[in-house]
Design a protein around this ligand. Structure first.
Ligand code: 5AD
Ligand code: FES
Length: 362
């Protein structure tokens, strides 16, 4: 089939996706252009912000790719206080970000769960609940997810990392703490509780094939998630997976493959929210802009106090580590205008895909 016929289809099959994942040259450019057209048609040229608070790098897990994995003794562990986390959210509100995302290494002890609950409640008190709250705090019990939802969080990001069980266990230890099926169950629980739920994968992992990447895209569609975050894998020297760093595509190709993934998913799910990951900008100075032009519509500027950012290096050379929050603010606005996009300030920026299914929320 000629490429244009695939791009014009309303429902992509597995073999269409495989063909699009393999595009080069002019065909690759056509894919990205079509994805931008589809995005502009459904979501306009709007970009939504989520001010990112990297709450703590203390983690009970040991994912084989992650720089802050529990097993890495080179990291100085920190936890931002409740007051400082709320202050970050106040800054987000002053800057007009509309939403915050709280991310942390994974913990499930009562002290942590209570702290998060209080932070959510206090953020909801800012300006009469004007800030949206996304959580990215890993696998938790249904009771905990419910508690945080009732406290006022309404979005949750839990990347599946890879939807292929075999690859999942090549990038995670095969033990009770890193159970593929528990992760799937958590995603279902979050959706069931009414969270606007997001998932995602890393692109360019060792052992990852085009078939696996096609499976990831089909997984997102099958789960009918509201948000997706995909970024290139960046090998971290202090992690076990670094042993395979010579077996992955070049950083340029990992960026391109991530752009293909974003563009194809935009064709498959025109109304979901998709993040332009910071990891894109780490590998390419215009990585985030490229992701927006390929179909993404959300950016997560970092609000973490600078003293802690150096310790939240899930991958090396993370972008913007030394920028101050207000510098990020003006830099991003200019960068988005430069590519014909407008940041929508003071808005939650929920995905139309989710709002259609949950009209009460609008
Ligand atoms: N390279 C790229 N992304 C990574 N993440 C963790 N480690 C790496 C890495 N080395 C991503 C995971 C996780 C998110 C917070 O960061 O997908 O879900
Ligand atoms: Fe912390 Fe994976 S290493 S959740």
């Amino acid at each position: 089939m000629v490429l244009q016929d695939i791009l014009d289809k309303t429902f992509l099959e597995r073999e269409d996706i495989l063909r699009l994942l393999d595009t080069q040259g002019d065909e690759y450019e056509s894919l990205l252009r079509k994805a931008l057209d589809v995005k502009l048609l459904h979501l306009d040229n709007h970009v939504h912000l989520r001010g990112l608070i990297e709450l703590s790098n203390i983690c009970r897990k040991s994912c084989l790719y992650c720089g802050v994995r529990g097993g890495n003794t080179k990291v100085t562990r920190y936890a931002i206080s409740e007051d400082d986390a709320v202050a970050c959210a106040q800054l987000a509100q002053r800057l007009g970000y509309g939403s915050v995302a709280i991310q942390s290494g994974e913990r499930d002890d009562a002290e942590f769960i209570d702290k998060i609950t209080r932070i959510i409640q206090r953020i909801k008190e800012i300006d009469n609940g004007s800030l949206g709250i996304t959580l990215s705090l890993g696998e938790q019990s249904e009771a905990t997810y419910r508690r945080w939802f009732e406290a006022g969080a309404h979005r949750y990001l839990l990347r599946i990392e890879s939807s292929d069980e075999e690859l999942y266990y090549r990038i995670h230890p095969h033990d009770a703490r890193h159970d593929f099926h528990r992760r799937l169950d958590c995603i279902d629980t979050l959706i069931g509780l009414g969270y606007q739920t997001g998932t995602g994968v890393m692109v360019g992992l060792p052992f990852q094939t085009l078939e696996i990447l096609a499976g990831d895209l089909l997984f997102f569609r099958d789960k009918d998630v509201a948000m997706v975050g995909m970024g290139p894998y960046i090998p971290h020297p202090d992690t076990p997976l670094y042993a395979f760093a010579d077996q992955i595509p070049s950083s340029e190709e990992r960026v391109k493959m991530t752009l293909r993934m974003i563009a194809i998913l935009r064709l498959m799910m025109p109304e979901i929210n998709m993040v332009a990951a910071t990891a894109m900008q780490t590998l390419d100075p215009f990585g985030r802009e490229k992701a927006i032009i390929a179909g993404a519509n959300v950016i997560m500027p970092n609000l973490t106090p600078n003293e802690f950012r150096e310790e939240y290096l899930i991958y090396p050379d993370k972008a913007c580590v030394s920028d101050k929050p207000d510098e990020c603010f003006s830099c991003l606005d200019l960068r988005m205008k430069g590519i014909g996009h407008d940041i929508l300030y003071n808005a939650w920026g929920d995905s139309p895909a989710f709002l259609k299914k949950h009209p009460r929320e609008s």
